[in-house]
Design a protein around this ligand. Structure first.
Ligand SMILES: [Zn+2]
Length: 155
């Protein structure tokens, strides 16, 4: 193959990848927003704690697994992380303090997305983790949340 052809293939692969990446991000962002628009935010932190407990039961998360509510600086995105063995810390951004955001984070936990290591090399690990979330974990999670919410709304 000549050099020009190889270069063109490279450009096409790169462009294809960029488009897929954008589409995946757009899809998860869109569906996540759509779900959030259909539920009301709670007004107090106590209510949010009740939701966490309720959703935890719905997911059949074992009793020995503790879920604690974390605090982050204002504007931080919602998330869940392992704090120590069997203790997970969940943080919900106040702008999305509702059962869908809680469900979203708990689904990450239940489905085994939390605390994965892909490579011992830090940069490679970041890259693989980004790809894993963009093309697998996030779409699967938002889809699950949207499907279950739709069922609830139809009741
Ligand atoms: Zn997520």
């Amino acid at each position: 193959m000549n050099k020009e052809l190889i270069e063109n293939i490279g450009i096409l692969v790169g462009a294809g990848f960029t488009v897929s990446y954008m589409v995946a991000n757009f899809f998860t962002g869109y569906l996540n927003e759509k779900s959030n628009r259909n539920v009301n935010n709670v007004s107090s932190l106590n209510e949010l704690e009740e939701i966490i407990l309720k959703e935890k039961v719905n997911f059949n998360i074992p009793k020995n697994i503790k879920i604690i509510k974390g605090e982050r600086p204002e504007g931080s995105p919602s998330g869940i992380r392992m704090k120590e063995k069997n203790v997970y810390e969940i943080y919900i951004n106040p702008s999305e303090a509702n059962r869908i955001s809680v469900r979203h984070e708990l689904f990450h936990l239940k489905d085994g997305h939390v605390g994965r290591t892909f490579s011992r090399n830090e940069s490679l690990n970041d890259l693989f983790s980004n790809l894993y979330y963009t093309f697998y974990a996030e779409p699967k999670t938002v889809l699950y949340c949207w499907k279950t919410l739709k069922k609830e709304l139809m009741k």
